[in-house]
Ligand binder design. Structure first.
Ligand code: BES
Ligand code: ZN
Length: 625
């Protein structure tokens, strides 16, 4: 369970008639596609609103098309006009449908004359699902307010009216105004020395899908880490971030050596406040990152390897719909491992792979059959629900299988060829397979059958001969954990002084789901896990301590869950709490206090969990009565 699987509580299956090529968007790309967006936006912190205009350049495909259909969510639309080549504008009729859960409001614009440009004047809502507005007091330095976006999977529509489908790509320009002293950045080349004069211009010259639209604004300082990379963060976080991410240029150069040139120019990293709901987001030219990876020893920087890898797998070659998301995340997780191996060694890469493999082995069998497939069959409406460990960890496992069967040399050449072949395009699983067959499977006969490939992509579970790497260090930890649990090795005698972050994660991951309380107390007394500054270790510790009934860990677990809004690090703690009525009551209090600092997605996830818990309690009570 990595990302929003915590949100995957209900799947709303669309009626068949409504299923276009992308069931998560109302766009009708067979009629018309957006080829460019020009934004003129003002960042209004007091009202928590972005406001201004989006001018869409259109490429009409169907001579009989009548309308331009856009995705919107929670937008206040002031006017919609067609703009002719001389810049003259005339109003267009439009209809905004009632909101549909996880889809937003369908915007249908009457445009039988097929104007080349349509200009929409609008404002966002203070609770736009794709934006978080933080007051100055909620930031690290408490100096200026902060804004950041998170558009993937389908939240771009909450701050820009557009065709919100990854199959559609456009370039963009933007003029953004903000209060003086605030720095604005976007998913386009940023200028480290830009003056803080309240006016910023951006140009993304490469065609990108809507989920890569991104913006942030706040008290941002900049430090360059290489000829084409810099770190952006609040001033008090900057030095730590620049140190943690000092290998960025080496990472870019390593990936280029493997898979060909980095196409985007600059690669910068923005460190966000801890409420950022994800670990990282691969916004073009500027990865957005959680501060929870700043642990001082670079042990979690494979997150940068991952987001950087998306510059090839995802941003250059893009999944055509969220059902194909393993083409983004599985390929990227594979490339992440290769970068980690090249820079930090085989042992580090293997440990990271094994953590994922052991976790997937444990969980995949409990998932609904369709969720076990890389390319699932029926589609669900909430795109966030399509994300799970399967896309990441089964996807990358499939690619490691190909690597093992065809050899590193030929597989590397194949993958570079794949990126070149599909560059700047959005593709389906079936397009990928149609390329794979002649260029790898049939080219080197006898290595892997087509049936084996299909079992990986369309089958459930994990194929039997899936390769598992060896880690003597992890084997030793398995032995120590067993002895500790059996009572033949005291907690203080664990050889844990030299354990790195991944080794602690592995030790904790494979404790029993409900460990004996005395064992957890002994572990904490010896290793002081409660209050750890490393949130990956902390999350795993608190989940087991809560399950063991260790109430002494509750306040620190609550502090962790309050400070950190990253779903993957915070939802497991809420889940552990709601397992008992007393824990649930405590979690409700924690949430009431934490809520103001949470991102809309984190709020939604916690509220869904609470609603489900209440429903389960009610039905248990009804069963009794
Ligand atoms: N693109 C994802 C984040 C994402 C996926 C956001 C789907 C919204 C919907 C990003 O590249 C990612 O995978 N982030 C991981 C990083 C980790 C695998 C190193 C995360 O956030 O935990
Ligand atoms: Zn990713």
């Amino acid at each position: 369970m990595r990302l929003l699987s915590t949100l995957a509580l209900g799947a709303f299956v669309l009626p068949v008639a409504a299923q276009a090529s992308d069931p998560h968007s109302y766009a009708q790309p067979q009629d018309v596609v957006i080829s460019h967006i020009d934004l003129k936006l003002a960042v209004d912190f007091p009202h928590k609103q972005l406001g201004g205009t989006a001018t869409l350049t259109l490429d009409w495909k169907n001579p009989d098309a009548h309308d331009l259909v856009l995705d919107t969510e929670n937008l206040a639309i002031a006017s919609i006009e067609a703009v002719d080549t001389k810049g003259h504008a005339h109003a267009l009729h439009y209809a905004l449908a009632e909101p549909v859960k996880a889809m937003g409001r369908k915007l249908t614009i009457d445009a039988p004359e097929h104007p080349r440009e349509i200009r929409i004047a609008y404002k966002t809502s203070p609770d736009a699902s794709g934006l978080q507005w933080l007051a100055a007091a909620q930031t690290a330095d408490k100096h200026l307010p902060f804004l950041f976006s998170q558009s993937e999977a389908t939240h771009a529509r909450s701050w820009i009216p557009l065709q919100d489908s990854p199959a559609i790509r456009f370039t963009y320009t933007a003029h953004v105004t903000a209060p003086n002293d605030v720095r604005v950045v976007m998913s386009a080349p940023n200028v480290p020395k830009h003056p803080l004069d309240g006016s910023f211009d951006f140009e993304q010259t490469h065609p990108i899908p809507s989920y890569l639209m991104a913006i942030a604004a706040g008290d941002l300082a900049v430090r360059e880490t290489g000829p084409r990379s810099a770190v952006y963060a609040e001033p008090s976080v900057l030095a730590k971030a620049a140190h943690e991410f000092e290998d960025t240029e080496q990472m870019i150069a390593t990936t280029e050596k493997l898979y060909g040139p980095y196409r985007w120019g600059r690669y910068d990293i923005l460190v966000l406040p801890p409420s950022f709901p994800y670990g990282g987001m691969e916004n073009p030219n500027m990865t957005f990152a959680t501060p929870t990876v700043l642990v001082g020893d670079k042990s979690l920087v494979s997150l940068v390897a991952h987001e950087l890898a998306h510059s090839w797998s995802g941003n250059l070659v893009t999944n055509a719909s969220w059902r194909d998301t393993w083409l983004n995340e599985g390929f990227t997780t594979y490339v992440q491992g290769r970068i980690t191996e090249a820079l930090y060694g085989q042992s580090q890469a293997t440990e990271e792979t094994l953590l994922a493999v052991r976790n997937l082995e444990k969980t995949i069998g409990k998932m609904p059959e369709n969720a076990q497939r890389l390319a699932p069959q029926p589609r669900t409406v909430d795109a966030d629900d399509e994300l799970s460990d399967v896309a990441y960890d089964k996807g990358s496992w499939f690619l490691r299988t190909l690597e093992a069967k065809f050899g590193r040399k030929d597989f590397d050449a194949w993958l570079e060829g794949y990126f070149n072949h599909f560059q700047w395009h959005s593709i389906t699983t079936e397009q990928m397979l149609a390329y794979l067959k002649p260029s790898l499977i049939d080219k080197y006969p006898g290595r892997m059958s087509w049936e084996e490939v299909q079992a990986w992509v369309y089958g459930t579970g994990i194929p039997k001969d899936a390769p598992i790497p060896d880690s003597p260090r992890f084997d030793a930890i398995d032995r120590e954990r067993n002895e500790f649990l059996a009572g033949t090795l005291a907690a203080g005698k664990l050889d844990a002084k030299g354990w790195n972050t991944q080794e602690w994660m592995y030790f904790l991951d494979r404790l029993p789901d409900t460990p004996p309380l005395a064992k957890m107390q002994e572990l904490d007394a010896a290793w002081h896990l409660t209050g750890t500054p490393n949130a990956e270790i902390g999350m795993r510790w608190y989940v087991h301590a809560i399950a063991a009934g260790d109430k002494a860990a509750w306040p620190a677990a609550a502090e962790h869950a309050t400070r950190i809004g990253r779903l993957y690090l915070t939802m497991p703690i809420y889940k552990a709490f709601v397992a008992t009525p007393e824990g649930f009551a405590y979690a409700e209090q924690v949430y009431a206090k934490a809520k103001d600092g949470y991102h809309p997605l984190t709020r939604m996830a916690v509220e869904k969990l609470f609603a489900r818990t209440r429903a389960a309690q009610a039905s248990a009570a009804a069963d009794k009565g």
